[in-house]
Design a protein around this ligand. Sequence first.
Ligand SMILES: [Zn+2]
Length: 342
Amino acid sequence: MKNAGNKCINVKNRFREKPEKLFAPPQVVTEDNPCILGCNSGDTRLFSGCDLLHGLPGEYRVVCCNDCGLTRTNPRPAPESMSYYYPDDYGPYQGTIANPSWPMRVSSSAVRRLARRLLELNVQRLPVIPPANMLEIGCASGAFLQQMKHKGWRVFGIEYSQVASDNARAAGLDVYTGALEDAPDPGWPFDLIVGWMVLEHLHDPVAVLKKLGNWADKNAWLVLSVPNAGSADFTLFHRYGYALQLPNHLYHYTPKTLAKVLYAGGWRLEKVYHQRLLSNWFGGMGQMLYQKGYNNRVVAWMKNYPSQAGKLHYLFFPLSVVLAWFGQTGRMTVWARRISDD
Ligand SMILES: [Zn+2]
């Protein structure tokens, strides 16, 4: 018999045993979220948390599957209620998400290229392949698609937000508005599919991964970034964690559980790059201090670091590299390839 909880993230009992007051506002219908990998060994309760991004009401629980270790939000808002937690001012819709700062800007100088290589943040790290057809899932206002278009890619985007996708189309991009789960086949064989901080938001990531596999060329790369729940900031800051983002984040992956979900969706995890940023650490620490009643300039600076760091990422780069080496920056970018049918 398996040891209950043996694959689960190690969250101290003092969090697990805290009384919970789970609730959802009347506008939000919730649903049970059983382990998507089909396990039935029960779950370990980790902690509960609420929406700290917009301060919307609701308290949700994070659990870990005793069998496979996949951590998820359960219960969770049902798909038809999810829009409640995505107001039009939701951060990533504003078009600033695809701005990885100065060293990533296109430049032909060899010195600049070397600097980009040496100061790689791994935020949107891509395999080196010639421009062809690419799809971005959750393309927000299209900033990344635009960069890729300028590099010679034929680009297509899928975006849930009407406002954000309207912005992308106004910039001349080809974008489908709606949930990924409902999106029709764009009819292209994609050579590259990217999704920056999207997979953790999906109700059925396995079904979506299968769908993407059907749209992909057999040699296609799938490149995703997700928060890393295997990093110490996830347990240390628990409900105040910057990347926890309840209830928008429905799954909280580690490299191991992400590999399992990718495999179930027909993809093989090939590479994991831990992002070289301290956003989760400063953001989580700032939020935790703020929620505990500290409110000063240092706390405000930490809290705002993830959205305002800019060139500061390079000031803290050496420390980020060390943490990334140990897989402890709380965010990862992964490359996967389709598992062939034969
Ligand atoms: Zn499971």
